[in-house]
Design a protein around this ligand. Structure first.
Ligand code: E4P
Length: 220
């Protein structure tokens, strides 16, 4: 399973790399707004800095903020021209679907974001999205089982051999990641704190403390 990190923060990207848990990056306008970027030029420069940290087969999703079709095309083309590792992230709207179709023909990679239903995932795949981002955590927040959605999308994509990859997003807990692995999704995109939570187990800490204590009691 691929591990993407859901952040625009360079330090977090480097941390994920040093843990061996980095196969790509996803950003969104909210994540970009947390960084020290204050105009369009700085945002573009920031995406390029992220790209420079990535290996050949890795990519970063950069989201358009336009909602109009023509503007989305213009913005997406600009983002794609910044660096070959940029995947244009497009929201699941009617104009978004048309834009995905356009970028598919132009061989520009897309990630269809804000997916909350199987129908939306089906439309995104038909339009030719390279990735879909179903938002697990936000579905759980409104009392819908986000993991059920992931299972259903995986089932539909397998039925018809769709090439669109599932990039499970809005990850809130280590359990989300483990369950996604059981389902067999292509990738999860997770905040760094959830990646760290994956490492922890109280019995590991207790066991380690006992090993050190036993050793130090005997070996002087
Ligand atoms: C997806 O690519 C989004 O960036 C993201 O996963 C949203 O997660 P959130 O619900 O924690 O904001």
């Amino acid at each position: 399973m691929k591990f993407f990190i859901d952040t625009a923060n360079l330090k977090e990207i480097d941390e994920a790399r040093s843990l061996g848990m980095l196969n790509g990056v996803t950003t969104n306008p909210s994540l970009i707004s947390k960084e020290s970027v204050y105009n369009q030029k700085e945002i573009y420069q920031h995406y390029i800095s992220i790209c420079k940290r990535l290996k050949n087969d890795e990519n970063v999703s950069a989201e358009v903020i336009s909602s109009d079709y023509t503007d989305m095309i213009q913005e997406g083309e600009k983002l794609a021209s910044l660096h070959p590792k940029i995947v244009v992230k497009i929201p699941m709207t009617k104009n978004g679907v048309m834009a995905i179709k356009y970028f598919f023909r132009k061989k520009i990679k897309t990630n269809c974001t804000l997916i909350f239903s199987t129908g939306q995932a089906l439309v995104a795949a038909k339009a030719g999205a390279d990735y879909v981002s179903p938002f697990l955590g936000r579905l759980d927040d409104v009392s819908y089982n986000g993991l059920s959605l992931i299972k259903e999308i995986k089932n539909i994509y397998d039925n018809y051999y769709f090439k669109t990859k599932i990039l499970a997003a809005s990850i809130r807990s280590p359990l989300h990641i483990v369950e996604c692995a059981k389902i067999g999704v292509y990738a999860v995109t997770s905040p760094i704190n959830v990646i760290y939570s994956l490492l922890n187990h109280p019995l590991t800490n207790i066991g380690l403390a006992r090993f050190i204590k036993d050793f130090k009691n005997k070996i002087k």
